[in-house]
Structure formats: structure tokens, C-alpha cells
Design a protein around this ligand. Structure first.
Ligand SMILES: NC(=O)c1ccc[n+]([C@@H]2O[C@H](COP(=O)([O-])OP(=O)(O)OC[C@H]3O[C@@H](n4cnc5c(N)ncnc54)[C@H](O)[C@@H]3O)[C@@H](O)[C@H]2O)c1
Length: 268
């Protein structure tokens, strides 16, 4: 199996290193607009090659993995699906755009390929998806992060929220998932994944908390409905190479690639 990973940041690099050790992976083409990010990986590998432009290699691979940015997802995900390639997409926030989501679905269907959305930095997506086959009354996602995680967010600057002066845990956003994804695009991919697995962007409620005492990124998923209640809490440690990304998110892509090439799925 040959893959093209777009984005050699904390997720892309972690994934490439893991895939390199798998016997049934023959070649890993990794694309990043900054070549220096890939240098170290290529030097220590026989399977990993640098390919500046993903479209030059897409024909040759079996799967394309986007781990770069929402812009990259908008550009390359439909391109790969159009070529009939299975795609695994990490910048899930891009799917908040209804037109883009519908286009991806249509192109994948037409070309008989699949778009995989890994569970990312959250557990419980399986239970939520199962519960949503019945009646759901409420889905609430509460994310607690250190204030630094929200630095540079325009929504907070416009409201003059001074993150440096927070002395206790403070709710900085409360609303539906569509707005959470729009205003906090780097922080809240999980809200998009929860919405897609459950009851959609308008009905999914999101609360974001900046907590100066937080040492981890914590996500609590609460689902209420005819199944009773699901409550899942993940207290995530950051990825060693990028404090903004949870290690669980990087590992979820590795697990998703393994699942995609297996004939037996556990927890499908
Ligand atoms: N689904 C989830 O739960 C989840 C969790 C964490 C991160 N993410 C998302 O996954 C993506 C990658 O995360 P990361 O932590 O590895 O980020 P990162 O910043 O560590 O790495 C991103 C890499 O992609 C490269 N890149 C950006 N745009 C590109 C483009 N158009 N073409 C080629 N290369 C490009 C950058 O140079 C960088 O090396 C981000 O969009 C992030 O928001 C999703």
C-alpha cells in the first residue's frame, strides 16, 4: 500500500513514523509546503519520500491523508476523491461548510471511494454514532484548555477578553457547534467530529473554558437520549512535537489507517 500524507507537522510526522514500521506499507510520500519539516524524516527512512505537490503523486497512491490545515483540506480532499482515492481527513472543521461537505460526499460516491474522519482528540464517537440511530435529546461538548491555547483568536480579541488576566476557569464561548468551529478553527476540530457523528452542527452544544490551572486539554462529551446517558472525559496530554495538538489525535489517525486496511473492524 502506498500513501500520500499532506502536512508534516505533529500529526503527519507521527503517522509517517508509525507507517514506516508497517510491513504492508510500501511507500510514504509526504507533502509539506515547508520542505525543512520533512528533512529529518527522509534522512532516517527508506520508505518516506518528499513530494512538494500532492497532485503529482495522487495517481500513484492508494490513500491520501490530510494532516495540514483547513485550506489544504478544501484544496486536496475533493481532488483526491475525484481520482477515486480513499481519503483520511484531520482538519475536520472544514466540513462545517455544508456545500463543501455535500460535494465531498457526492464525489466520493461517484468515484466509489471513502472519506474517513478519525475520532481525533476525543473518545466516545462510536457511542454517540450508535445513540444517534435512536432519539437524542442533548449533545454537549465541554472543552477545558489553558488560556494560551486560545491566544490570537479574533473572536476573543474583538470582545476584549484578556486571557493573561484570568485567575480562574472562565467560560469564553457557549453556543452551537457551527459557531464554535467558525470562531475557534484551530481549537475545536472535535466539535465538528461530534456534530458529524451525532445530531449536526446546530443542535450540538459547545462550551469552551479557559482554565489557568489546566495542565491538559480536557474534553467532556455528554449525550442524553433514549439510551440513557453517555459521559466521556478525556484528559489529553499534548503531542511532544506540538503543544497545541493532543497525542491522542495523532494516534487516532494511525488507528484509522490500520482500520481502513483491515478486514476486521472492532468497534465499527
Ligand atoms: N480531528 C482532530 O481531532 C484534530 C486534532 C488536532 C489537530 N487537528 C487538525 O489537523 C491538522 C494538522 O494538525 P497538526 O497538529 O499536525 O498541525 P501542525 O501545525 O503541527 O502541522 C501542519 C503542517 O502542515 C503544513 N501545511 C499547512 N498547510 C499546508 C498546505 N496547504 N500544503 C502543504 N502543507 C501544509 C505546515 O507547514 C505544517 O508542517 C490541523 O488542521 C489541525 O487543526 C485535528
Amino acid at each position: 500500500m502506498k500513501v500520500n500524507i499532506i502536512g508534516c507537522g505533529s500529526i503527519g510526522a507521527e503517522l509517517a513514523t508509525a507507517l514506516e514500521k508497517m510491513d504492508d506499507i510500501d511507500a510514504i510520500y509526504i507533502s509539506d509546503k515547508r520542505k525543512e519539516k520533512v528533512k529529518e524524516l527522509i534522512e532516517s527512512s527508506t520508505k518516506i519520500r518528499y513530494q512538494r505537490e500532492p497532485k503529482d503523486v495522487m495517481e500513484r497512491v492508494d490513500m491520501v491523508i490530510e494532516a495540514a490545515s483547513q485550506d489544504a483540506a478544501r484544496k486536496y480532499v475533493p481532488m483526491a476523491l475525484e481520482k477515486g482515492k480513499d481519503v483520511l481527513m484531520m482538519s475536520v472543521g472544514a466540513l462545517v461548510d455544508d456545500e463543501f461537505r455535500a460535494k465531498c460526499r457526492l464525489v466520493a460516491k461517484k468515484n466509489k471511494c471513502r472519506l474517513y474522519i478519525p475520532s481525533g482528540a476525543l473518545a466516545g464517537i462510536d457511542g454517540l454514532a450508535a445513540a444517534s440511530c435512536g432519539r437524542i435529546d442533548e449533545v454537549l461538548l465541554i472543552s477545558y484548555k489553558p488560556p494560551e491555547a486560545f491566544k490570537g483568536v479574533r473572536y476573543l480579541e474583538d470582545r476584549r477578553v484578556d486571557l493573561d488576566s484570568l485567575e480562574r476557569a472562565t467560560i469564553i464561548f457557549e453556543g452551537h457547534a457551527r459557531d464554535a468551529v467558525r470562531y475557534f478553527p484551530r481549537n475545536i476540530n472535535v466539535a465538528a467530529t461530534v456534530s458529524l457523528a451525532g445530531i449536526g452542527f446546530e443542535k450540538t452544544k459547545v462550551r469552551l473554558v479557559a482554565d489557568p490551572s489546566a495542565r491538559r486539554n480536557t474534553h467532556r462529551l455528554i449525550v442524553k437520549g433514549e439510551i440513557g446517558e453517555i459521559e466521556v472525559s478525556c484528559r489529553n496530554l499534548p503531542s511532544p512535537s506540538n503543544p497545541k495538538t493532543s497525542l491522542l489525535a495523532a494516534l487516532s489517525v494511525i488507528s484509522a489507517v490500520k482500520k481502513a486496511k483491515e478486514n476486521v473492524w472492532v468497534g465499527a
